[in-house]
Every structure is written in C-alpha cells, then in structure tokens.
Design a protein around this ligand. Structure first.
Ligand code: 13P
Length: 278
C-alpha cells in the first residue's frame, strides 16, 4: 500500500492516513484488433495466476481500443478474471448526431469501469481543451464510471513553467466540470516522457504528484485528496516501476508500450517484489 506522508509540503497539517490500493493500468493506445486483444488478456491472466497475483494488493486495468471492448468484456466475465476494463476516450455528449463518437452510456453497458480523459495524444492530436476534458470526465461519471484524468507538461512547458504548474492548471479546469462528490483518478504523464524511453525520475514524479494532491485538498477537501489515486505514466518499465511505487504520493502507473508485452507488464504488476527488495 502506498502511504501519504507530506514531507516537504507546506505548513498544513498532514492528510489523514488513507490506504490507496495501487492501480497498474495498461493503455494499449491504437494497437491490437479484437482477436489479438483476447490473446493478450488470456496470456496476462495465465501469467498473473502463475505468479499468484493478489488483486487486492494492486488492481490491474486494461484500456483496449473501442473495437476490442466487447470481446474483452466477454472474456473477463466468462473466465471471471479480476482485471478491470477501461476505455481510452468518451464523447462529452449523451447521444445524437456525433459521427464517430462513443457515448458514456455505451461504455457503461460494456462493464467499463474507467475512462481515460485528456490523454496528451488526444489533447495534441484532436485539439481537446481542458474544458472538454472536464466535460468528458463528467459524462463518464454520470454513467457510473470513474474518469482517469490525464495531465502533464510538454518539454517546453517544463522549461517555461516548471513541472507542476501546467498539470495543476489542467486538473483545476477539468474538475470544475465534475460534481464535487465524483470519484476520479489522476494520471500524471509528462508529455516528454511518453514513448521516449526517458521516464521522469521517481523524485520528479513525486514532486508533481504531491503538488497535485496538495491542490486537491483546496479543490475537494482533505478526505477526497487523501483517497484519490495519482498515477505516473511515461516510459514505465519493469526496470523503473519500483522507484515510482516507493514514492508516497504515487499510487500506480499508466503504462503504454510495455503493457503490450505480457511478460514485461506482468513484471510491472509484480512491483511489490522489487519495492521490498529495495
Ligand atoms: P509509454 O509507457 O509508452 O511511454 O506511454 C505512456 C502513456 O501514454 C500511457 O497512457
């Protein structure tokens, strides 16, 4: 379990202790058709049963492309697999003339639990604003799913504003659209670290995660700030996962490329072994 000490934070009282179940999430991006998806989930389930993974110690979620969701849902249900299903995006609209969009209700019907909103590849490639990201988060919540709000600075932002300012601003605008009591997950993904093989250091990830959590105290109060999971994403691999998971404010990882390799993803999920090994 990750803790939530507030070393180095401002003079405020520490947050109440709250156990946050770590979450290891695999974002497949635009990879794997539905047959390949079935094969990967089957291999992953076998791999995890081999190592006797304790799902109460770390939740595991997969985020396949839309076209794979039905197949993966059916497999998870038929084989009673403890993996959680996520979607990579959602329309902010309920229904109607939005060609190519997928509604939150459609995803909820497929037993989707988490929805990524505001991934940098959507912000950059599809011009999504912070407000749109918030509206998508609201749509996911309204259909009973948990939005995973992605935030992160570009290399230019980092140079100009430091690491935390842009992620904090992105989260603030997105949360303005979300009801006060809504559950959400935050994924801190520095854009410069995504797919580059150059991950942030554990200390960099912790600094931003702590800043985000401190800001959540102002926006949502201590209880929500203490129970919200904040993940790190960007070139996560089995070699570096332990360093991130040792940080008190980092509660898991959003894994891209490495989540497509079953053995590597299984090693990442088994991070406790490396964490306790020091
Ligand atoms: P990589 O792990 O491939 O860097 O991707 C991170 C990411 O964007 C996950 O959403």
């Amino acid at each position: 379990m990750t803790g939530n000490t507030q070393e180095g934070a401002d003079a405020r009282q520490p947050l109440p202790f709250m156990e946050r179940t770590p979450l290891i999430a695999g974002n497949w991006k635009m990879n794997l058709d539905h047959l390949q998806a079935i094969a990967l989930v089957q291999k992953l389930a076998w791999g995890l049963s081999d190592v006797r993974h304790d799902f109460s110690a770390a939740e595991v979620a997969v985020f396949p492309p839309f076209t794979d969701l039905r197949s993966v849902q059916t497999l998870l249900a038929a084989d009673k697999l403890s993996l959680t299903l996520g979607a990579q995006d959602v329309s902010p609209h309920e229904a109607g003339a939005y060609t190519g969009d997928i509604s939150a209700a459609m995803l909820a019907k497929l037993d989707v639990s988490y929805v990524l909103v505001g991934h940098s590849e959507r912000r950059q490639g599809h011009g999504e604003s912070d407000e749109t990201v918030g509206l998508k988060a609201r749509a996911a919540h309204a259909s009973g799913m948990v939005p995973m709000i992605c935030v992160g600075e570009t290399a230019a932002d980092l140079e100009e504003h430091g690491a935390a300012a842009i992620p904090v601003a992105q989260l603030t605008t997105a949360l303005a659209q979300l009801p006060e009591d809504a559950e959400f997950v935050v994924a801190y993904e520095p854009v410069w670290a995504i797919g580059s093989g150059q991950a942030a250091t554990p200390e960099q990830a912790e600094d931003v995660a702590r800043a985000l959590r401190e800001h959540l105290r102002d926006l949502r109060g201590d209880d929500r700030a203490a129970r919200t999971r904040i993940l790190y994403g960007g070139s996560v691999a089995s070699q570096n996962i332990a360093g991130f998971m040792r940080q008190p404010n980092v509660d898991g990882a959003l894994v891209g490329g490495a989540s497509l390799k079953v053995d590597e993803f299984t090693r990442i999920i088994q991070f406790q072994k490396h964490v306790t090994a020091g």
